[in-house]
Design a protein around this ligand. Structure first.
Ligand SMILES: [Zn+2]
Length: 332
């Protein structure tokens, strides 16, 4: 007998990545799995689901289910299932019971105020199997609650569903959700939506075209202070196989707190097993900082700033010309 599954988890618990992997597993065995989501959610473009890990896949809309021949599918997977209506959950129940097709729904349990979503309410009521997709709070406890953050602050006010706004969501344990306490300091790897941090990226590298040359192929880490992005580091694998810091910036009003140094330490910690050297290219005025972090001067690329940028870059009234490269050994 087919079953209705509800796999719930807080924001950032890899539900979408799980949904995409389940579809992949079916396909690998020569079976067909239909991936769907409610039309309400249009963050990732018209007919795609996308996860923070960077995985994305084509999908159909739950609203179009009536016109589809579902009998050709071995399984139906629904992402963002919290946005389902009661009638849509009833329809999925009938697919399970009358057509004997398993339906796996992924979604949030409750909104940022702690209220059940409509879809989650009926899935909790009717699913045969209810499973939790786990993630952790910054304190290390299990994160079960979704927190809405606007301008770096936790908000408990507003409508249940806001799409396309400037708000973001963070998963917290219930204790920190109730108190509205975000991580004092937290470094997160950003796989999808790197340009959301454009202000920081352009702080260190003023030309968008220059940033575009390496951003996609780089690992981007952002340091959040109480929920606000204040510093970032962009790490790129050079053609010679070594690692290079392509971009490192801290918001102007947050400098002098050691954030950039923390990001370098994190890079060293994470990459020293896989890379022998960490390079950084910089203008003269930052050399002392990098030397204090353990880098030593290595070589100079003459006229780098003149040849790689459309406009001349001025620092203290002087045109920037040469790129100074410093290096740190990681395998010691
Ligand atoms: Zn916590």
């Amino acid at each position: 007998m087919a079953k209705l599954y509800f796999r719930y988890g807080a924001m950032g618990s890899s539900k979408t990545a799980n949904a995409i992997m389940v579809q992949y597993n079916y396909q690998e065995r020569g079976q067909r799995a239909l991936l769907m989501k409610p039309r309400l959610d249009n963050r990732d473009g018209a007919d795609r689901v996308g996860s923070r890990s960077g995985l994305s896949a084509r999908c159909r809309f739950v609203e179009d289910m009536d016109g589809m021949d579902l009998s050709q599918y071995n399984c139906i997977i629904v992402d963002e299932a919290q946005f389902l209506t009661k009638a849509q959950v009833e329809k999925l129940v009938s697919v399970v019971d009358d057509q004997n097709i398993p339906v796996i729904c992924y979604g949030l349990r409750a909104d940022f105020q702690g209220n059940l979503f409509e879809g989650s309410q009926w899935l909790l009521a009717w699913a045969d199997t209810i499973e939790e997709v786990k993630t952790v709070c910054w304190c290390g406890r299990k994160a079960t609650c979704n927190t809405r953050v606007v301008g770096g602050r936790v908000t408990k006010e507003g409508q249940q569903i806001l799409l396309g706004g400037s708000e973001s969501y963070v998963a917290l344990c219930r204790r920190h959700w109730r108190r509205g306490e975000l991580a004092p300091l937290e470094i997160r790897k950003i796989s999808a939506g790197k340009w959301e941090f454009r202000d920081l990226l352009l702080e260190a590298d003023p030309e968008e075209a220059a940033v575009n040359r390496y951003l996609d192929d780089s690992d981007l880490y952002v340091l959040f202070a109480s929920g606000s992005p204040v510093s970032e580091i962009c790490l790129w694998q050079r053609p010679d196989g070594h690692l290079e810091i392509k971009n490192l910036a801290t918001r102007a009003d947050q400098r002098g707190k050691g954030y950039a140094r923390k990001l370098i330490d994190e890079a060293v910690r994470r990459y020293s097993a896989d890379f022998r050297r960490l390079y950084v290219g910089t203008a003269l005025d930052n050399i002392a900082f990098y030397e204090s972090c353990g880098f030593r001067r290595d070589y100079v690329e003459k006229d780098f700033f003149l040849t790689h940028y459309a406009q001349p870059i001025y620092v203290d009234g002087q045109v920037l010309r040469d790129m100074q490269y410093l290096v740190m050994d990681l395998d010691i």
